[in-house]
Design a binder for this molecule. Structure first.
Ligand code: SF4
Length: 258
């Protein structure tokens, strides 16, 4: 989907956050051309009034200036309501300019679905404490088209994770959103284990994903939908994940449930 670009100027770029594992967020973009249909940030569309999620992107063009000469203590997460390496970044290079300007002593954590992050590998190496996470799923073919049609394939993300890891940059796999037995966890772990320093897991948040996505899952995958809805079934499924991660001896930071 072609996204409308709205250029804005912000007053601040570091925002305090209560997101798990982070103290600050940087959102140089608001809105995301990846347009995943489960995106929990889609609520921003109601506030912004620019149209449906995925059809617009606000770009804070002064973001690189706002990070200059500033230091914040604690982990800075990039980004919570966008992807710092969505396609528009190829032209605008806001993320790249931020990485050039920001204090390299800042503890930075980037989460993306795009291998465009490889463009900035030399900049990332300059940071004292940086990590790059990739949202990974096993979606391909029809599932990829249904849930995240406009983001790079998982294979590209895994290849990028491999290159970063081989370049000495800390990496992690954010395995999300997990739809029980649709997301093939064994496959994801098998493909990422050599390159991921640690893992986060997140179960599909039906409420956050919105009614359209929830109805789609219910229609296409009724049994799997039931697992997400039923406390006991979900508990059994979580036990299975725990067994799998123990068997694979993975370092797990968390399994997010909503
Ligand atoms: S890549 Fe992330 S921020 Fe962008 S639409 Fe998908 S889930 Fe939302």
């Amino acid at each position: 989907m072609e996204s409308k670009i709205i250029k804005t100027e912000a007053k601040e770029i570091f925002t305090k956050t209560k997101l798990p594992g982070a103290d600050w967020v940087i959102n140089q973009y608001v809105g995301c051309g990846h347009g995943c249909n489960y995106c929990y940030a889609r609520f921003m569309s109601r506030w912004k009034g620019h149209g449906e999620w995925g059809s617009w992107i606000e770009a804070k063009i002064n973001a690189p200036d706002l990070v200059k000469g500033k230091y914040v203590a604690g982990k800075v997460f990039m980004s919570s309501v966008s992807d710092a390496y969505q396609s528009i970044e190829k032209d605008l290079e806001l993320t790249r300019k931020i990485l050039e300007s920001i204090d390299k002593n800042i503890q930075l954590s980037i989460l993306t679905k795009s291998d465009l992050v490889l463009r900035d590998i030399e900049l990332l190496k300059k940071f004292k404490d940086v990590e790059v996470g990739f949202t990974i799923n096993s979606f391909s073919g029809e599932e990829k088209g249904l849930f995240e049609p406009d983001s790079p394939d998982n294979s590209r993300r895994i290849q990028a994770m491999k290159i970063l890891k081989q370049s000495g940059i800390k990496t992690y796999a954010f395995v999300a959103p997990i739809i029980p037995s649709v997301t093939n966890l064994e496959k994801v772990i098998d493909q990422t284990k050599p390159y991921a320093d640690y893992y986060w897991f997140e179960i599909m948040n039906l409420r956050g994903a919105g009614t359209e996505c929830a109805s789609l899952i219910k229609e296409k995958y009724p049994e799997n939908y039931e697992i997400l809805r039923d406390k006991d079934l979900l508990k059994n499924y979580l036990n299975e994940i725990e067994k799998l991660t123990k068997r694979e001896d993975l370092k797990i930071i968390g399994i997010e449930l909503h």
